[in-house]
Design a protein around this ligand. Structure first.
Ligand code: ZEM
Length: 290
């Protein structure tokens, strides 16, 4: 055994230090693999964790991050998951290095690590997810459709168990990354710093004037100032709906409030439907890399 110690009797039980090693390996790989989009795989890792979790249905208890069923078709082929193979493939060397971690724990841990490494708040995380089989794949249509309005947002996120405030906070993840014409059909970044987690998405929603983009693609919006940014119809629904808008304004005004409320609801998202044996107070807070 390692360092000539006696062979341990029971199965390997990873500790917080072991999960920190997984975190550190993800952070290293994020720092070294910069040949992607705006220089970081972080945004697409955040999206993988979200799409693995956001299939949850509180009525039936089906879906959620437990299971990592996006490894299988048909779920991997659902339109909403286009492009997430880049994130899953990015994590394969990590899985090979730490074969004891389940895919479902790895994908959510990576979502937590990516937010922290891109300058966002600490995302406390705990293990306990088991990988499922193909029979646990969720039906298509559980994730939100960007061409829809406030009623659709409330229906989809309500099914997961979120309230208005939580829905708005979660959508602040659009501070990160971009849309790809060859994935969703939409195109462009939401803000000027797509690899840094900030409240800029909310500031732009409030401060900019957004016009419908004139192009052949799906209806999306572009900023009047530079015409380089974009908003989805569902993003603009967050300022068209009064109850949503009050939270957009709070987050635009106060980055600390956004960071705190985002962290709480992203932790909740990543834990939907997981039959933990541990308690919330047992969550690990990972050390962010220097
Ligand atoms: Zn997104 N998202 N999202 N989102 N998302 C995209 C990209 C990213 C919606 C949506 O349709 C889209 C949340 C909520 C909602 C991220 C995180 C989170 C894209 C572009 C679309 C179309 C995909 C592409 O072309 O690559 C809708 C309709 C949402 C709610 C109403 C929530 C919640 C998120 C996390 C907590 C992230 C990080 C990206 C950028 C991915 C990348 O590859 O850069």
């Amino acid at each position: 055994y390692l360092n000539g110690e006696a062979t341990p009797k029971g199965p390997f039980v990873p500790t917080q230090a072991d999960y920190q090693k997984v975190y550190d390996a993800i952070a290293d790989r994020l720092a070294n693999e910069t040949d992607y989009d705006d220089g970081s795989y972080g945004p697409v890792l955040v999206r993988l964790a979200w799409h693995a979790s956001g299939t949850y249905d509180k009525e039936t208890g089906t879906g959620g991050s437990n299971g990592a069923t996006m490894r299988f078709a048909p779920e991997s082929d659902h339109g909403a998951n286009a492009g997430l193979k880049h994130a899953r493939d990015f994590l394969e060397p990590i899985k090979a290095q730490f074969p004891w971690i389940t895919y479902s724990d790895l994908w959510t841990l990576a979502g937590s690590a990516a937010v922290q490494e891109l300058g966002g708040p600490k995302i406390p995380w705990r293990p306990g997810r088991a990988d499922g089989d193909i029979a646990a794949c969720t039906p298509d249509g559980r994730l939100p459709d960007a061409s829809k309005d406030h009623r659709h947002i409330r229906a989809v996120f309500g099914r997961m168990g979120f309230d208005d405030r939580e829905m708005v906070a979660l959508c602040g993840a659009h501070s990160l990354g971009r849309a790809h014409a060859d994935r969703s059909g939409f195109d462009g970044p939401w803000d000027f710093s797509p690899t840094v987690f900030t409240n800029e998405f909310f500031r732009l929603l409030v401060d900019e004037k957004w016009n419908q983009r004139k192009w052949n693609g799906p209806a999306q919006f572009t900023d009047k100032g530079t015409s380089t940014l974009m908003m989805l119809p569902t993003d603009l629904a967050l300022v068209k709906d009064k109850a949503f808008k009050q939270h957009v304004e709070r987050y635009a005004k106060d980055s600390d409030v956004f960071f705190q409320e985002f962290a709480d609801v992203y932790v909740k998202l990543l834990e939907l439907g997981v039959p933990f044996k541990s308690k919330p107070e047992d969550r690990f807070v990972f050390k962010t890399s220097e």
